[in-house]
Write a protein that binds this ligand. Structure first.
Ligand code: SAM
Length: 274
């Protein structure tokens, strides 16, 4: 293999998902960078790799990063995380940036990623999605993070742990309303399941029974723009036009109804001319 930095995805629960290319990369690597060398040690043994391992995460010092980058011109260096795709709620972006800045090759050995796996079974729109990672643990920061994306017309994807699932579902329902959602748990493992329902239904289901294991929460986008009738738009515009210009009234109503501003503006102009 050519020297450089290789980003290697690893299984999220089922070793059968470890790709032949990923395994070959770990065998060919001169150095494997790992979050937890015990976890990665098992994977290296399974792949038949005798590569040297070193612990690496985004708290590693600039000096440690410089040492790694200095090897990239001559060595094959692989970055793995404990499970899934490195850099996705896992360490690596600082190293990739440093490697690129120094002009080295950065290649990916793509594979499992819980966010994408969750999206693929949830049955929610996937044309536009926003990966949100882990919500903050504290209630205020969590509701602020949810409010920030409440009007986005996109499916939202969150990582979560079993112990915090019920709190997060309640906070999501409070901030986003009765949207369709899914809880994908233990993907590719023995007790894999994907439970769907509205956020309220899911919050109720997990209120008393603690869900174990690793979890992805997927929340569908806000209801279709078309759901707001012309009468509703006109009524709200009528009120807004009492105090605002057509363009400001349109912006205000479009945001509240989650509608394209252009459509509401055309209506506001008609009403203000009438
Ligand atoms: N880099 C990983 C990836 O590509 O998915 C994610 C690492 S992040 C530190 C770990 C979180 O991913 C878990 O807390 C959970 O939310 C999610 N996760 C990982 N494996 C999972 C699985 N098998 N089923 C459901 N969620 C999983």
């Amino acid at each position: 293999m050519d020297p450089g930095l290789y980003i290697v995805a690893t299984p999220i629960g089922n070793l059968g998902d470890f790709s032949p290319r990923a395994a070959q990369t770990l065998r060919d690597a001169d150095l494997v960078l790992a979050e937890d060398t015990r976890v990665t040690g098992k994977l290296l043994a399974q792949a038949g790799s005798k590569a040297t391992m070193r612990r690496y995460d985004d708290h590693s010092t600039d000096r440690q990063r410089d040492d790694i980058v200095a090897r990239l011109g001559s060595d094959v260096v692989a970055l793995v995380s404990d499970a899934g795709t490195p850099l996705i709620s896992d360490p690596g972006y600082k190293l990739v940036r440093a490697a690129r800045d120094a002009g080295h090759d950065v290649r990916t050995m793509p594979g499992p990623c819980a966010a994408i796996a969750g999206l693929s079974v949830a049955g929610l729109p996937t044309d536009r999605f926003l990966f949100m990672g882990f919500l903050p643990a504290k209630a205020k920061a969590r509701s602020d993070a949810i409010a920030e994306v409440a009007t986005l017309r996109a499916t939202l994807v969150f990582y979560e742990s079993g112990s915090r699932l019920a709190d997060s579902l309640r906070a999501l329902e409070a901030g986003l309303g009765p949207r369709d959602a899914a809880v994908a748990r233990e993907i590719t493992k023995l007790h894999e399941e994907c439970v769907t329902g509205t956020l309220g239904e899911l919050a109720g289901r997990y209120a008393d029974s603690v869900a174990r294991g690793e979890i992805v929460i997927i929340v569908g986008p806000p209801p279709e723009a078309a759901a707001a009738s012309d009468e509703t738009i006109d009524r709200m515009l009528g009120d807004a036009l009492q105090t605002l210009s057509p363009s400001r009234a349109a912006a205000d109503v479009a945001e509240r109804l989650n509608l394209p501003r252009k459509r509401v503006y055309a209506r506001a102009l008609d009403l203000s001319r009438a």
